[in-house]
Design a binder for this molecule. Structure first.
Ligand SMILES: Cc1ncc(C[n+]2csc(CCOP(=O)(O)OP(=O)(O)O)c2C)c(N)n1
Length: 788
């Protein structure tokens, strides 16, 4: 690996940077341990130590070291830089640095930069009523909590896209580097455009250990590590040592070199028109885990081992030896040299730091973006399909998205991400106006690959999600289109993002950020060709676990409602919006005015499909495009065969309307729900997803006992589209049977019809096995009434 043997720091600068580092380390240890005597003005007593010692020391000195040196780079170059720390468990370090920079006290004036404030800073950390232990949303300058490891690098790239002047320094834990999401995200460098994007500086924090094990990357030897990182397209620089003065010089020299290299890559691409794929520099920082902490505790080595991961002196309150070691450890930073008599950091500690927006803890990119803006959205009504016609909903949406792309091109703050599926999901129209971002080799057969493309495709749902999150967290907009079944791969990432939003929306100083928008298509009901592995509508079950104020789920029944919903979602902030919509040719039920009105209502009675005159015998409800068609086909059968039966047809586009208004901001008040669904009539509900979700959302409603839900029950294979419905008992024939079985008196009166429906299912089965496609009456079925 490259090593920069130079000593660029003059004695005074070395002293300054080392003092700053010692101060950050002191403040970090203080946060983990102390609830009194913050400046150690008197000997430490057991009561001044917190009863529960919670936090992670091991990674913290490394994070603090980098913070100090990156600050030097910012000051020296006026460079705009933000700091993403994968090992976010080093939270006390980031809090300490933002306090030293003054940002913490600006955001939280109670925690002033004096002795009282320092006491509060220590007290509040990992303490009831205080702040979390990680680099949480509460931490100024953070866009990444790091609680769940694996996402730092994709977040960093997301932040760097379309921010040409920004460099994102990204610390990757060597343990974190073992995770799948992190491993795949190294490839992000093949998607970073040196002309229009900023840069990411990955820093592999090779401190050698995880919680209880060595890390793989620390034990494969330098040759193999070098080959690995080079193979990922980087130029790795090694900074190694355990003597602070030596490491300060090495790190300063290396950072000078890599920032020069990044500037040169940008200049070559921007001024010289270079088009070769740059080999971006990165740093491997090999320093001891828990550096500057206790070397040995209870006769066992701690510094430089896994034992330094969390709290090295676990019994500091109860054990005199531990207490003495803690005091010695804290005094080793020489606090009297670092803080003045009021407890404020001495001027020589801070007067060289970046100021204002250049402070990493105050950089506006980390708080909703430097240039936040609403999107320009062309009027979706102009893309309407006539009711009664057939349309591929996502293809119609693609036309609108193409124009969204064009309208926002000048602002460079809208991107579409997806795992190789933009065209498959029929959004290919966007490629008329932009390319798919690509910096690797291009061959003559390739299409739509380009260096400056705004469509981001990599076959890693994790990386897609991470890029988009980083992009949104820095104030820009986007949409993630994905096969419905495989979006589950990012279940855990959406959890973390939803948690982030849940917290930030209650932090007054955090600006709202554009919503995380999913378009899930190629969905369960039309994965008849790919088969069982591709059939899973459970992502919405997963998402509705999250805080109601954050999540929204939309199931537009046709192309026009999809346009309306998408427009709504791209305007929103601080939500996770999940839209599920089909890409196959399907009827358009509502004209655009009706569609917009229906979406505004969230759910409603389709009176043109109802004949109940205000007093239904049965309510037929649907949520989802395929269920809507099927429930209408069942309604048609009922009209033909049981013309006296009074049927009310209800369509649900905003799933959260089903919950009571006490549970979700979109929830329908009970009175309205009861008026629509009735309290005493059977409700046959055809649902896009797993039936239990509808029960979960409606269990408090008066008429819940009358609710009978059909949906996907994990039956499927490679078969015909209608057979998917039959296999899951959600076909029109079974829905008619459900009505007959549940409406009092129908069992006898409609016994022949019931028998006929059973026969139709058998006929269907026999037909598809013989012919290989659905019965003509199924394929050609259309709503019989006046075309809408
Ligand atoms: C996805 C995930 N799995 C497990 C954990 C639990 N965990 C917290 S820290 C840690 C070890 C991290 O090691 P490394 O990334 O090298 O960080 P450092 O040594 O710098 O603390 C583990 C396994 C986690 N936070 N996230």
């Amino acid at each position: 690996m490259h090593v920069v043997e130079a000593s660029p720091l003059a004695a005074e600068e070395l002293h300054r940077i080392d003092s700053y580092w010692r101060a950050a380390n002191y403040l970090s240890v203080g946060q983990i341990y102390l609830m009194g005597n913050p400046l150690l003005r008197e000997p430490l007593t057991p009561e001044q130590v917190k009863p529960r010692l919670l936090g992670h020391w091991g990674t913290t000195p490394g994070l603090n070291l980098l913070y100090a040196h990156l600050s030097r780079i910012i000051t020296g170059r006026g460079q705009e830089l933000i700091y993403v720390t994968g090992p976010g468990h080093g939270g006390p370090g980031l809090v300490a640095n933002s306090w030293l920079e003054g940002t913490y006290s600006e955001v939280y004036p109670r925690v002033s930069r004096d002795e009282v404030g320092m006491g509060r800073l220590f007290n509040q950390f990992s303490f009831p009523g205080g702040i979390p232990s990680h680099v949480a949303p509460q931490t100024p300058g953070s866009i990444h909590e790091g609680g769940e490891l694996g996402y730092c690098l994709s977040h960093a790239y997301g932040a760097a896209f379309d921010n040409p002047n920004l460099i994102v320094a990204c610390v990757i834990g060597d343990g974190e580097a073992e995770t799948g999401p992190l491993a795949t995200s190294w490839h992000s460098n093949k998607f970073l455009d040196p002309v229009g994007d900023g840069a990411v500086l990955p820093i592999l924090h090779l401190n050698g250990w995880k919680i209880a094990n060595p890390t793989v990357l620390a034990r494969i030897g330098d040759d193999e590590l070098h080959a690995l990182l080079t193979g990922y397209g980087h130029k790795p620089y090694l900074v190694e040592g355990d003597d602070p003065a030596t490491v300060h010089q090495l790190l300063a020299a290396t950072l000078d070199t890599v920032f020069d290299e990044i500037a040169d890559i940008h200049r070559r691409a921007r001024e010289d028109g270079a088009t070769d794929r740059p080999r971006w520099p990165m740093i491997v920082l090999r320093t001891p885990k828990g550096w500057t902490g206790p070397e040995e505790v209870d006769g066992l080595p701690v510094e430089g081992t896994w034992r330094a991961h969390q709290v090295p002196l676990s019994a500091a309150r109860d054990d005199d030896a531990h207490l003495a070691l803690l005091e010695r450890w804290m005094r080793s930073y020489r606090p009297e040299e670092l803080f003045d008599t009021t407890g404020a950091p001495r001027p020589e500690l801070t007067d060289w730091l970046p100021t204002g927006d250049l402070r990493m803890s105050a950089n506006p990119h980390t708080n909703g973006g430097r240039y936040p803006r609403d999107l320009e959205l062309p009027d979706f009504r102009g893309y309407a399909v006539k009711a009664g016609e057939t349309a591929e909903a996502t293809r119609v949406l693609g036309g609108w998205l193409r124009d969204v792309m064009t309208a926002n091109q000048p602002y460079r703050d809208f991107r579409l991400v997806g795992p190789d599926e933009t065209e498959s999901n029929r959004l290919g129209a966007v490629l008329d106006v932009t390319d798919k971002a690509w910096q690797a080799a291009v061959t003559p057969v390739d299409q739509h690959l380009g260096r400056h493309g705004r469509v981001m495709e990599i076959l890693s749902e994790h990386t897609c999600q991470g890029w988009l999150e980083g992009y949104l967290l820095t104030g820009r907009h986007g949409l993630f289109s994905c096969y419905e079944a495989f979006v589950h791969i990012v279940d855990s990432m959406v959890n973390q993002h939803a948690k982030w939003l849940k917290v930030t929306r209650h932090l007054a100083w955090r600006r709202p950020i554009p919503s995380l928008n999913y378009l899930l298509t190629s969905h369960v009901w039309r994965q008849d060709h790919n088969g069982f592995s591709h059939q899973d509508p459970g992502f919405i079950d997963h998402v509705v676990n999250k805080k109601a104020e954050v999540v929204r789920v939309y199931l537009p029944p046709d192309a026009n409602t999809l346009l309306s919903v998408a427009d709504h979602c791209l305007r929103s902030r601080d939500y996770v919006n999940v839209i599920v919509a089909g890409k196959q040719p399907a009827p358009v039920w509502l004209n655009m005015d009706e569609a917009a009105m229906h979406c505004a209502r969230g759910l409603g009675i389709w009176d043109w499909a109802s004949n109940d005159s205000g007093d239904p015998d049965v309510v037929l409800a649907a949520a989802g495009d395929v269920p809507t068609l099927e429930i209408l086909a069942a309604t048609d059968l009922l009209r033909q065969h049981l013309p006296d039966l009074k049927v009310r047809m209800v369509n649900v586009v905003d799933l959260m309307r089903l919950e009571p208004d006490t549970e979700h901001p979109h929830g329908l008040p009970d009175a309205e729900f009861d008026a629509i669904f009735t309290t005493d009539r059977p409700v046959i509900f055809a649902f896009h997803g797993y039936p239990a979700l509808i029960h979960r959302l409606t269990y408090r409603r008066t008429g819940h006992a009358n609710l009978h839900v059909r949906g996907y029950k994990e039956e499927g294979t490679t078969t015909t589209p209608f057979d998917m419905l039959v296999l899951n008992d959600m076909d029109r024939y079974h829905l008619v049977i459900d009505v007959i079985d549940r409406v009092p008196g129908l069992a006898r009166r409609a016994a022949v019809l019931r028998q006929h429906m059973v026969d139709k299912r058998a006929e269907h089965r026999a037909y598809i096995r013989r012919v290989g496609e659905d019965l003509p009456e199924i394929r050609d079925w259309a709503w019989p009434a006046t075309p809408r």
